[in-house]
Design a protein around this ligand. Structure first.
Ligand code: TXA
Ligand code: MG
Length: 334
């Protein structure tokens, strides 16, 4: 029997056909590569969970062409309208109540009443969703608990023996997963930080609205976390994005046997951005962590300090999770 293996392609019609046949397609997005299935096909969605080894309680994001398609699946509201108007297509995922009769497979929402929606900006992802004419359920295209892929080659490394079409769309421009915002209440709650920061979410949600309501913008995953608030994103309870080697953060130099992931003037085995540019650092982060994650050469990865500002907040979030994953492997997901 022939061994299955991923196949690289640049054909949108081939990818749309594979999705219609219930197959999985790895798709490029501007954040990270996604492992996509027809979101309305329960069996195809189940095979996403199976291939990733993802626990069934962790719901998936449905990728749509825009607000019109999002309304097929969610109870759209003014907050979502404002955020989507400001940031779609783009690296923003909105969590909304599912609409009555929503055709999306129940396992996408992990049996819950909400649905996470995102309109990706990558032209190939957009063309594919348009041509498929339906939502694509797509988590990051990595095995559960591993680093998200930002190059097509990373997807192949993750799923060496899978019958999988990989739509080749070059490296991901942003390189970090989307900002996830809960829009089910009166005020937006950031469930996962990303390249779109809390100031931008706040500004977009304030448009045409009394300031009072969104003064209470909260971040369920960071320093703005309100004590006692229930975390609403199952993926947040988990250790994520973990390389094989342990990570040591805030390092100014490499210890014995360590690789150093530098930033700015802290040189390093690799440097995220010699000029200290945080967007460049985000785009390089996962690829450089993968490149340094070699137990045959190093005993650990030391990482230079990253400023806690702008997209640096999301970079530090991913680094802290990667470091924590080594200490606590109880909830490997992603
Ligand atoms: O940039 C991204 O978001 C990438 C690309 C492929 O779009 N996708 C991605 O998916 O990072 P994934 O599955 O690795 O992360 C999705 C996150 C998880 O933390 C999950 O728990 C959360 O979104 N999520 C999904 N549906 C949700 C829902 N209904 N309510 C709350 N959180 C949800
Ligand atoms: Mg993930």
């Amino acid at each position: 029997m022939a061994i299955a293996m991923p196949k690289l392609s640049t054909s949108i019609p081939e990818a749309a056909k594979a999705l219609s046949a219930g197959k999985l397609v790895a798709i490029p997005t501007e954040t990270v590569y996604g492992l996509a299935a027809d979101a309305c096909n329960e069996q195809a969605v189940q095979s996403v969970f199976a291939l990733k080894g993802r626990p069934s309680h962790n719901p998936l994001i449905v990728h749509v062409s825009g607000a019109t398609m999002a309304r097929r699946y969610a109870r759209w509201n003014p907050l979502a309208e404002r955020l989507a108007a400001a940031h779609w297509p783009g690296a923003l995922t909105l969590v909304l109540p599912k609409r009555a009769g929503c055709p999306i497979a129940t396992s996408v929402s992990a049996g819950g009443e909400t649905i996470a929606l995102r309109a990706p900006a990558h032209p190939m992802a957009q063309q594919l969703i348009e041509q498929f004419n339906g939502g694509l359920a797509a988590p990051s295209a990595n095995r559960s608990g591993r680093i998200s892929p930002t190059w097509p080659e990373h997807v192949i490394q993750e799923f060496l023996q899978a019958d999988l079409l990989v739509l080749e769309g070059g490296p991901c421009a942003i390189g970090l997963e989307s900002t996830v915002v809960d829009c089910t209440g009166d005020t937006p709650v950031i469930l996962r930080p990303g390249s779109i920061g809390s100031d931008e979410i706040k500004a977009a949600s304030l448009c045409h609205q009394p300031a009072k309501a969104t003064d209470r913008l909260t971040c369920a995953n960071g320093e703005h976390h309100i004590a006692g608030e229930k975390l609403k994103s199952p993926g947040l309870l988990t250790s994520h994005y973990a390389p094989t080697l342990p990570l040591r953060l805030e390092a100014s130099q490499a210890g014995k046997g360590e690789a150093l992931l530098g930033f700015g003037r802290v040189g390093g085995t690799h440097n995220l951005s010699p000029s200290g540019n945080l967007a460049e650092a985000a785009a390089n982060l996962f690829a450089m962590l993968r490149a340094l994650d070699d137990p045959a050469c190093f005993c650990a990865i030391a990482v230079a300090p990253i400023p806690q500002t702008g997209i640096g907040i999301a970079i530090n979030d991913r680094l802290r999770r990667a470091a924590a994953a080594k200490a606590d492997k109880q909830y490997p997901e992603g």
